[in-house]
Design a protein around this ligand. Sequence first.
Ligand code: NAP
Ligand code: MG
Length: 501
Amino acid sequence: MADFQLFIDGAFCDAESGETFDTIDPSTGESLGTVAKADRADAARAVAAARVAFDDGRWSAKRASERAGVLKAVAKGVKDRAGELAEWETRDTGATVVKAKAADVGGAMFWFRTMAEFAPLLDEPEALPQTMAPGPSYNYLQRDPVGVCSAIIPWNFPLQMAAWKISMALAAGNTIVLKPAPQTPVTATLLAEILRDAGVPDGVVNIVPGPGPGAGEELVSNAGVDRVSFTGSTEVGKQVMRMAAGTVKTTTLELGGKSAQVLLDDADLELAIDGILYGIFFHAGQVCTAGSRLLVGDALHDEVVERLVARAADIRVGRAGDRGVTMGPLISARQLETVLGYIDVGAKEGATLATGGEQLTADGLDAGFFVAPTIFSDVTPDMRIAREEIFGPVLSVLRYSDTDDAVRIANDTSYGLAGAVWGSPSKAQRVASRLQAGTVWVNDYHLLNPKYPFGGYKQSGVGREHGLLGLLEYTEAKHVHVAIDQSRASKRWFDMTVPQA
Ligand code: NAP
Ligand code: MG
């Protein structure tokens, strides 16, 4: 029996094949236990369970206000087990204690609670404009659940993202099959227990971790799935879109980014320097919204680079669970190799390495996957380190000549997920309005909130999640037209000769 099992139709079970894989603590490289390895057959079984659970109405036929009560109980369940969840998240994912508690566990609670608040809005049909022509009628919009949802998530915010997908799907009355990333499956398994204990009926939520394309491709292509929500890389997102086309599934994609932080000349540098560092080095840069490009005007450039380098030295890199550590490891040996590869590329392309640039192995870090906070200056917009998502602790600093130039450089990317402007609020908001990105922070960074929509322009994604806008994407909009005039004589169908009474 695996230490962490699949959750299908309300029961924990091993994979049909009996196969398992290990999940690793990226701070130490050690195994934390075995995980049941879902393959196509397991994913198909989970979809079938979700299909039955949706079609018999055990969840979808409840009023949204009733579903909200269960979601509140889930939020409480997360709160009751917060310590255990945060500890596992730190070990399984390399999240610092602060990140695990605030972003992962706190975020999960916040999402379930907020979707419980939004859900009852779906019970009330939305009135549409009344109309006299072509047929006198009253009209309204009813929000139905879409059906069976599948969700595929990456390894950087495993508990929070599981909560995103499950809370929205459930609030709207859907059922769901979730595939956590194989690097970070543990807290999704614990969440399954919490959902069950909170009264979510069997089959409504199913969880199938499994490395490799088998389970994932099944969830995207299975005809029993009506809606796919994918968070991950742009490359895999493109494949998901193609596979989902087979049965024309509604698809939401939350993909990669190369977000710009624009520092204006009137910024408060005390605030901006620390904010910029947080924007890139939070969770070792393994954040889809990471502000990995910093745009600085010529006048401030040298001073800003010097101050960033000085403050970056205060970031304490170490094992995620250790006291006082502010930046943990990368997720895997593979990610370490990718990030070190990009650092090499940056140096070869002619950027100046202002600080960092190396793997950290001293003081017992050699078994984990640690990279020093790294800053390149003299980066030009054509360099790969200015264009490609690195997903590690690497900041590229670019110069701009004036505000128009800053906006042009910021938007010169195939991505458009997020960004920030540091400066006086009025000027910063004018620049923010010109950025092509789904979320722009002014004098802040990384603050996502279940009350506000999130998603990408361009190749950073399709659709929005969170907020009422995001919740509505988990519904089908049904327009109902009710004729006011009930008399046959007044109908103009086919323009036939109307029989006289
Ligand atoms: P990834 O390789 O795209 O994997 C993401 C998920 O997709 C994993 O669960 C993975 O599982 C699965 N997957 C891979 N190939 C698949 C396929 N052919 N069919 C179905 N599922 C498949 O991304 P990653 O490297 O884990 O995560 C980092 C990326 O995610 C970055 O590019 C980052 O920007 C993006 N991201 C975006 C957001 C956002 O909200 N926009 C948030 C976080 C991360 P297997 O490994 O088992 O195949
Ligand atoms: Mg792990």
